[in-house]
Design a protein around this ligand. Structure first.
Ligand code: GTP
Ligand code: MG
Length: 277
């Protein structure tokens, strides 16, 4: 009764990606203290953080790329080194936003990225190349410790990345760690959004046709569930599918990525504008 789909998407979807793509490509922070907007992606191991970076790069380059290495086999975090990803416009010139990829969150206190390290990264204390030690926070004597971060080094918007397909079996300990990070970011005034990845695995209607993503009752339910567990407003949660299987650019995949990215940039830009002297 009622079917598995709403008649209309609960979040309006534009016919064309043109405006969003133009916005993202021409974005530049107004705040002159920084050359770029810094986005930090965090979340459980294997959620699709590195894949999301590749998806953004693919949308911008109009071909499927794989610069951020991903892995789906180990159950342990594949990303171990802190790294800033720039997105190339043309050789020698990058877009004005960057993404930082961090080691994944795990259930136990002694594995995965240490919460303190995420908080240090938010404040801009972690330099590129830092190798995370599971369960052990960075020391301020570490050569990768940046004692005097500038606005450019700091994180301007935090994005929680969670797989829609395994949201219901996500351990409470992981959610608790994510809430702690969110709280720390809130105390620093850093805006936060979330993306639910792997919508194709979570929902057969989405797998059949990506136009169904924002029509799916099942995915809407997952968004609601996540909203309650993390305490984020509905309009800050986005559904995406990463470039993972296909080797060609797809308009519907791009649409989901761009919708999330536009809002991420808007929130980060608002934060930067509040930092003006
Ligand atoms: N079906 C599907 N698979 C995805 C999607 N996003 C990522 N994956 C797969 O999920 C696995 C983990 O993705 P990663 O991007 O490495 O995840 P991560 O969050 O960076 O993981 P860690 O670095 O280990 O913390 C890979 O095999 C990806 O190909 C998606 O939207 N749909
Ligand atoms: Mg990764």
């Amino acid at each position: 009764m009622g079917g598995t789909l709403f008649k209309e998407p609960w979040r309006p979807q534009p016919e064309s990606n043109m405006n969003r793509l133009d916005f993202v490509k021409s974005y530049h922070p107004h705040n002159s203290e920084t050359n770029h907007l810094r986005i930090l992606l965090h979340g459980p191991v294997g959620a699709g953080k590195s894949s999301f970076i590749n998806s953004i790069d693919s949308v911008l380059q109009d071909r499927v790329t794989g610069r951020a290495l991903t892995d789906g086999s180990s159950g342990k975090s594949f990303t171990k080194i802190y790294k800033t990803f720039k997105f190339q416009k043309y050789p020698g010139c990058s877009h004005s936003f960057v993404c930082n990829d961090i080691m994944g969150i795990e259930k136990s206190a002694n594995s995965g990225v240490h919460l303190e390290d995420i908080k240090l990264a938010l404040r801009g204390h972690v330099r590129d190349g830092y190798k995370f030690t599971p369960g052990c926070p960075m020391k301020d004597s570490d050569p990768s410790y940046n004692a005097c971060p500038t606005l450019e080094d700091k994180v301007h918007v935090l994005v929680s990345v969670i797989p829609a397909s395994s949201l219901s079996i996500l351990p409470e300990e992981v959610l608790k760690k994510m809430r702690d990070v969110r709280q720390a970011a809130s105390e620093m005034g850093i805006p936060q959004l979330a993306i639910l990845t792997k919508v194709d695995e979570a929902c057969p209607d989405a797998q059949e046709n990506l136009k169904n993503v924002y029509k799916s009752k099942l995915l809407k339910q997952l968004v609601e569930q996540f909203r309650v567990s993390l305490g984020l407003p509905l309009n800050c949660i986005f559904l995406v599918m990463n470039y993972e299987k296909t080797t060609t650019i797809d308009k519907e995949i791009n649409k989901l990525i761009l919708q999330a990215l536009e809002q991420i940039i808007n929130y980060g830009e608002d934060f930067l504008n509040e930092q003006q002297p």
